[in-house]
Design a protein around this ligand. Structure first.
Ligand code: BMA
Length: 333
């Protein structure tokens, strides 16, 4: 699945930067022209395995600027995508006024206990982006559960299991107080509908850091023998716009409110032309990853325009995190 190193990947290696993720030589793997109906862009897809195939629940932005979800299926997760001929899940502003400006950035979690998948997504309401939940058994029909977090809130995903009988969600609320920053929170629920016990889990750093002021969860938490692996995005604000890069953290397996490790450096960032130039430049934005054996396949939106794939070895990710573990928590406000 991995191709030869790109020129940038080779230069980084020569400079001593350890690149854990390898980009697919087929990147970008899905673009707007692959969608069987008119679309502006396709990006930020949730990912899972369904009947042995890779399924992506993709955010497709239409030519009005409103997003919906369309499913794509592939045997190898790289090529020969079979894409639904029409939107798989479209916004439904009549029944759900909070979806008036579209639905975005789905994160898909397989819930064995329910024999179903939970999809947390951003609904773009008149009051701002908020978090909604739907469940599905086949990615053909969906049952909307409605709003689970009021605006402004996004970048949400469920853990696949309960903790002490309660479901847990990671999400990223934003308050009107810009200078307090936007952090990753954890919340709990007895039924997936009523959420409470909210607390900040991972704060954005401050100052010049790559993840200063604004961070958010990327794909759903991944269970590993060493803890829940978290991939999150940091939004660095610069004079020429934002740069979206990714870092790693590890949460305690039994008590996910406990952050065991957090990387100091970013582990992946925009580099290739399809990541640096698009509708929004310099963005890598994964909403899904799939583990098979020891290989992690990371599906990410690139520059808010197309979908790309990078793979990594799970052991390498954990080793990298240990080597880049930021022990000085004073930098985390
Ligand atoms: C975030 C989300 C993503 C988007 C990213 C970069 O706030 O809205 O959907 O990919 O910005 O524009």
């Amino acid at each position: 699945m991995n191709g030869p190193e790109t020129k940038d990947e080779r230069c980084m290696k020569e400079a001593g930067v350890q690149e854990i993720f390898k980009r697919s030589p087929h990147n970008p793997i899905i673009q707007a022209r692959d969608i069987p109906y008119p679309a502006n862009s396709v990006f930020n897809a949730g990912a899972t395995l369904l009947r042995g195939e890779t399924l992506l629940l993709m955010r497709v932005e239409d030519r009005r600027g409103i997003s919906h979800f369309t499913a794509a299926r592939s045997k190898d997760g790289v090529s020969d995508w079979r894409i639904d001929p029409a939107p798989t899940l479209a916004p439904d502003p009549m029944q759900h006024p909070e979806e008036v400006w579209g639905i975005e950035d789905p994160r898909v979690t397989r819930i064995e206990e329910l024999d179903a998948w939970a999809v947390l997504y951003t609904a773009y309401s008149r009051g701002g982006p908020l978090v909604s939940l739907a469940t599905t058994r086949d990615f053909v029909s969906f049952e909307r559960k409605g709003v689970v977090m009021p605006p402004e809130d996004k970048d949400a995903a469920l853990f696949p299991v309960r903790f002490g009988g309660r479901w847990a969600m990671l999400h990223r609320p934003v308050t009107a107080f810009q200078d307090v920053g936007a952090h990753i929170w954890i919340s709990f629920s007895p039924d997936m509908k009523h959420w409470g016990d909210h607390q900040i889990l991972l704060p954005a750093r401050k100052g010049a850091w790559w993840d200063a002021n604004k961070i958010g969860l990327s794909p759903p938490p991944l269970e590993t023998p060493e803890g829940w692996l978290i991939l999150y995005h940091g939004v660095r604000s610069t004079a020429s716009g934002c740069i979206y890069r990714l870092g790693l953290a590890l949460l305690d397996l039994e008590d996910p409110r406990r952050v065991v490790m957090r990387s100091d450096e970013w582990v992946f960032g925009p580099q290739e032309p399809y990541e640096t130039v698009g509708d929004v430049d310099k963005v890598v934005f994964p909403c899904g990853w799939i583990v098979q054996g020891d290989t992690v396949r990371l599906y990410y939106g690139a520059a808010d325009r197309c979908i790309a794939l990078a793979t990594a070895d799970l052991c390498d990710m954990l080793d990298w995190l240990k080597a880049h573990h930021d022990t000085d928590r004073r930098a985390w406000p």
